[in-house]
Design a protein around this ligand. Structure first.
Ligand code: KG4
Ligand code: ZN
Length: 351
């Protein structure tokens, strides 16, 4: 039991375009401690193509993962032999990219005679605010907003996730990215669009708020991108001069829907706490508006540290350590790994 109490967990994230490695120490009870983490973002490499090229992503993960592992161990002052469990992102994500992390984790596990644990990427995002200075307490509503997912969940504990609503087409991050691309802002568009939006008028253009009054907690963002395209075409030569206004209007539409649906989820569940996770959780406008709306309703809002909003290894090591601590899952000595490019979060319910 004592062994289980203080486990050193190495976590590897390679589901998309960042290679992340981290080391956490589980504490028995309480939040596991992050000892060190390292990240390599492939953004620059994919920029030339306007989006992630899966084959290039996989190859780059191969190049980065072991040097990052060495760096993390050195920073934490630990040796590979001290690692108790090797965790990796098992899905969802790009198959080839996931296979790199899974393959390396299982090879390390086998060589060290240590067990491995496949982690759900979204569970990593969901639990990442536990590494912040202001960690949440269960239960809470979670707004998961990334490049691939937009979901509202009810979270009652580690492994106890109930899907309340999700996007029926594009994710919120995709809406940011695709709109940004239409405006020639490059990849990834979210941060670029939100930077430009600071100089624009959010009320300049009337853009649709998809499913705002649908009466349920589902989202739809595909129509927004089309509306942005139509508006950009209408502007023609004027687009360049009005780009900041269009960016601000686009951001306002996305943020309004996210905030409104989050408030509805809080109301429907009767919960007084919300956690925002995933890359779009870094968006300033979203944070400001959600904070303001929640302050009025005496709802606590928790975010991951800004640098842990987007993909990273820390959240994967953390999720593994929290699952082990909660007795939700055991690390295994079976190294015949597989990955799950498509993997709904509610499929990993704990006991
Ligand atoms: O969680 P993440 O790193 O990767 C996925 O699991 O998808 O999220 C990446 C997404 C991208 O769509 C990116 O444009 C968006 O998060 N993003 C932002 C901001 N920072 C990242 N969107 C809006 N505003 C931001 N500041
Ligand atoms: Zn992610």
């Amino acid at each position: 039991m004592d062994e289980q109490k203080k486990q050193l967990v190495l976590g590897i994230e390679s589901s998309c375009d960042e290679t992340g490695v981290a080391l956490v120490q589980s504490q028995g009870s309480g939040v596991p401690a992050l000892l060190a983490h390292a990240l390599h973002s492939q953004i620059e490499m994919h920029q030339a193509y306007g989006g992630v090229v899966p084959e290039l992503a996989s190859r780059d993960h191969i190049r980065r993962v072991l040097p990052l592992t060495s760096a993390v161990l050195a920073e934490a002052g630990r040796s590979l032999a001290e690692v108790d469990v090797v965790a990796y992102t098992r899905g969802p994500g790009l198959a080839g990219a996931l296979l790199v992390g899974a393959g390396v984790a299982c090879a390390l596990g086998m060589a060290l005679g240590k067990p491995v644990l496949g982690v759900h990427h979204l569970e990593g995002h969901l639990l990442s605010p536990f590494l912040s200075a202001d960690p949440p307490e269960f239960p809470f509503v979670a707004l998961l907003v990334s490049g691939g997912h937009t979901q509202l969940m009810r979270v009652d504990g580690v492994g106890r996730y109930e899907l309340l609503g999700e996007t029926i087409d594009d994710a919120a991050g995709e809406a940011f990215d695709k709109s940004a691309k239409l405006m020639g802002l490059g990849y990834p568009g979210g941060p670029a669009l939100s930077r430009l939006a600071q100089q624009g008028d959010p009320a300049a253009f009337k853009l649709p708020r998809p499913l705002l009054h649908s009466g349920n907690l589902d989202f739809s963002f595909a129509g927004l991108k089309t509306a942005v395209l139509t508006q950009a075409r209408k502007l023609g030569d004027e687009l360049e001069a009005r780009k900041a206004d269009l960016a601000a209007s686009t951001q306002a539409a996305i943020v309004e829907v996210l905030v409104k649906k989050s408030l509805t989820a809080l109301q429907e569940t009767g919960l007084q706490r919300i956690v925002v996770a995933g890359g779009v959780g870094a968006n300033r406008q979203l944070r400001e508006q959600l904070d303001a709306a929640c302050a009025k309703r005496r709802v606590r809002v928790h975010y991951p540290e800004l640098h842990l909003c987007t993909d990273n290894g820390a959240m994967i090591a953390l999720a593994a350590a929290m699952r082990l601590q909660a007795g939700q899952q055991q690390a295994i000595f079976d190294y015949a790994f597989d990955v799950k490019p498509r993997w709904p979060l509610n499929a990993i319910q704990g006991a």
